[in-house]
Write a protein that binds this ligand. Structure first.
Ligand code: GLA
Length: 652
């Protein structure tokens, strides 16, 4: 009844407005290509996939097809009277679990918002006054279940205007404000405080320290079998006996010195803190070659990233031979006469490459999969697992990303035994190599891999599909990690995929990340809180100062690398505001105050929700400044899609 009344009233209003000689300006007649949308293309009278706009069985001739999260900014003229639309999830997703909220904002306030609209569910109509509105933000937002299938349509969308037509403008840009203070010239030792290695295996650890060079290093209490190069700070050798060793690292230069405790735990478990490194996929994808990997290793050292603890250089797909390829560089014999896997001609000397990376004190990673082929169609390990693990070890690899993909045609089904099987086989093969190889499972979270990744020997496991450099991808993956925290711990990490800051592009063409500066702060803060493996996805030879500042904040990296190895939990979620907290080894807490909405808003973390009481000193981690003593709660004003990351210490 209410609905009919509303429609009748709007009809009356619109008829009377039309009688006053307002023009109908269809939203889709404006330049909607300037919209940012979560996936697909902004659709002119079609969905984000190019299909007709159909909501709940009704086909609309006109409309704007989007995918959450999306935003279109429209500058209005004084004569703009009303905005009208019918909104919902396109029927092309009728059978799926899409859901989204539609919102209209002015520069300062929310004007209207729909309920949560779902695939196959009812649509909603909106018809509101545009009087005194300067800029209208036409937005859709994802809901709890992330961005999948959120094909959000603004059907029958038009303005009633007397005078100048509205104009679509680009989303206002945010300044990329650098918050991370520069590292001092005096030595400062960074990186993990706990490090795992297996007895009798090759050991490699580069002391990460910022400060003016030359620098002299020393290490007291090193276990027997290890030695330190005092000029480079690289520790090598083999630890003879299992045990926990308390080592004191020191670094000295002309300006001063610094010392720090490193616990080396020699036993079965490696990756006691989340791996920090780089992976080739998000920047170069199939365009990777040996020179680019070498350049990445050089850049990790020369830029100073390695001085903050970054240490793995991981080659992703496309280093092997592609059986069917007629390309003389990629094609050829996939294995030699003994069955050993060959590299393609873009990797003429893979052992030499690994040796080079090691000479810098860095570690190197490789990629393969349990199927006959990799995702990109190159040779993988199926039925050669032991031989290939032997090659990876003989070449000197320290990390293996093992990607399900083509095993899909081998597996009988997605039952747990079938999902686990190939990962168990490779784990057995890796164990025989006598090399510390971080084992990274990549099967996108199937069968709730977090529940059994540890059981099949994994050190980390991808919990999701592939990330891309936009808000809806990053936010739905990152905030979607809630609940996985109980499976994370030293040697076992949930992996929400690689970082998308800096110049990315899945090769060969690169572009600056499409995440805004605030979204990038959210990305790094959230991944740090999640104790996620941090794998830089950009071209490190083209680091700009802002990206560099995001990757070199030692207090933020310390949250990720905390030896307790806890993953943050979501403490509260009120609308778009979320509080996440991570327990740290020294009894302090890291807290992320997130604003998933589009506009600046206050966010409060209460002691009650955090389960604490009394007074706490709050330290802002990005600017590395104390904010004072707080009792009962801490509030901050957070920009849209932004974050405040703090660490709180009990005050006496
Ligand atoms: C999958 C993985 C990606 C990347 C590619 C390589 O899509 O999820 O991370 O490794 O394969 O082909």
């Amino acid at each position: 009844m209410k609905r009919i009344l509303f429609s009748l009233l709007s009809l009356l209003l619109i008829t009377s407005l039309k009688a006053q000689q307002y023009d109908t300006i269809w939203l889709s007649s404006l330049d909607i290509s300037k919209a940012t949308i979560g996936w697909g293309r902004p659709g002119v009278d079609v969905s984000c996939m190019g299909n007709p706009i159909i909501l709940n069985g009704i086909t609309y001739k006109r409309g704007f097809g989007t995918h959450a999260a999306s935003m279109l900014c429209v500058k209005l003229s004084e004569g703009s009277a009303r905005f009208h639309a019918v909104v919902g999830i396109n029927d092309e997703e009728k059978a799926t679990t899409g859901s989204a909220v539609f919102k209209l904002y002015s520069n300062t306030e929310i004007l209207w918002q729909s309920g949560i609209l779902r695939s196959g569910g009812p649509s909603e109509a909106v018809d509101i006054s545009m009087a005194k509105i300067d800029t209208l933000f036409i937005c859709t937002e994802t809901t709890e279940d992330g961005a999948n299938y959120d094909h959000t349509d603004w059907a029958d969308a038009y303005f009633l205007v007397a005078g100048t037509k509205p104009v679509v403008i680009y989303r206002p840009t945010e300044a990329a404000v650098i918050l991370t203070p520069e590292a001092p010239l005096t030595p400062r030792i960074n990186g993990p405080k706990k490090y795992g290695a297996r007895p009798g295996n090759d050991f490699l650890f580069r002391i990460a320290a910022t400060g003016e060079r030359p620098m002299k290093f020393s290490a007291k209490g090193l276990p027997a079998g290890l030695s330190l190069n005092t000029t480079s700070g690289i520790i090598t050798g083999k630890i003879k006996k299992a045990g926990s060793y308390q080592v004191t690292l020191s670094a000295t230069n002309k300006k001063g010195s610094d010392s720090r405790r490193l616990t080396i735990v020699c036993g079965d478990t490696i990756a006691l803190t989340p791996p920090l490194g780089w992976n080739s996929w998000n920047c170069f994808a199939t365009a990777i070659d040996q020179e680019k990997v070498k350049a990445a290793a050089d850049a990790m050292v020369n830029s100073g990233l390695a001085d903050h603890g970054w240490s793995y250089i991981n080659i992703d797909d496309c280093w092997m031979v592609q059986a069917e390829s007629t390309d003389s560089i990629l094609g050829g014999e996939v294995r030699d006469a003994q069955g050993n896997m060959n590299t393609n001609k873009k990797f003429p000397d893979i052992k030499g490459l690994a040796d080079y990376v090691h000479s810098l004190g860095l570690k190197i990673g490789i990629y393969s999969g349990p199927g006959p082929k990799t995702c990109a169609g190159f040779t993988a390990c199926y039925q050669f697992e032991e031989r290939d693990a032997g090659s990876f070890a003989a070449w000197g690899f320290d990390y293996l990303k093992y990607d399900w993909c083509d095993y899909e045609r081998i597996a009988k089904d997605h039952s747990l035994p079938e999902l686990k099987k190939p990962y168990v086989i490779m784990n057995e093969a890796l164990k025989k190599t006598n090399r510390d190889i971080v084992y990274s499972l990549c099967q996108y979270g199937m069968g709730d891999v977090w529940e059994w990744g540890n059981e099949v020997g994994g050190n980390c496991w991808r919990t999701t599909g592939d990330i891309t450099d936009n808000w809806s991808s990053m936010e739905s993956i990152g905030f979607g990690q809630a609940g996985h925290e109980k499976y994370a711990g030293p040697g076992n990490w949930n992996d929400p995929d690689m970082l998308v800051v800096g110049k990315v592009g899945w090769g060969p063409q690169l572009h600056p990340t499409r995440l805004t500066p605030n979204e990038q702060y959210t990305h790094i803060s959230l991944w740090a809180l999640l104790a996620a493996p941090l794998l830089i996805g950009c071209d490190m030879t083209q680091l700009d100062p802002f990206t560099y500042s995001l990757l070199t904040n030692d207090e933020v990296l310390d949250i990720n690398q905390d030896p307790l190895g806890k993953q943050a939990s979501r403490i509260t979620q009120i609308g778009n505001m979320e509080i996440w907290a991570k327990n740290l080894e020294d009894g302090s807490l890291a807290i992320g105050l997130f604003n998933r909405g589009l506009f600046t808003s206050p966010v409060t973390a209460t002691w009650k929700d955090l389960g604490i009481s009394g007074s706490y000193i709050v330290r802002d981690l990005w600017s590395q400044k104390d904010e004072g003593k707080f009792t009962g709660k801490y509030s901050a004003t957070i920009p849209g899609h932004g974050v405040k990351l703090v660490r709180i210490y009990k005050s006496q």
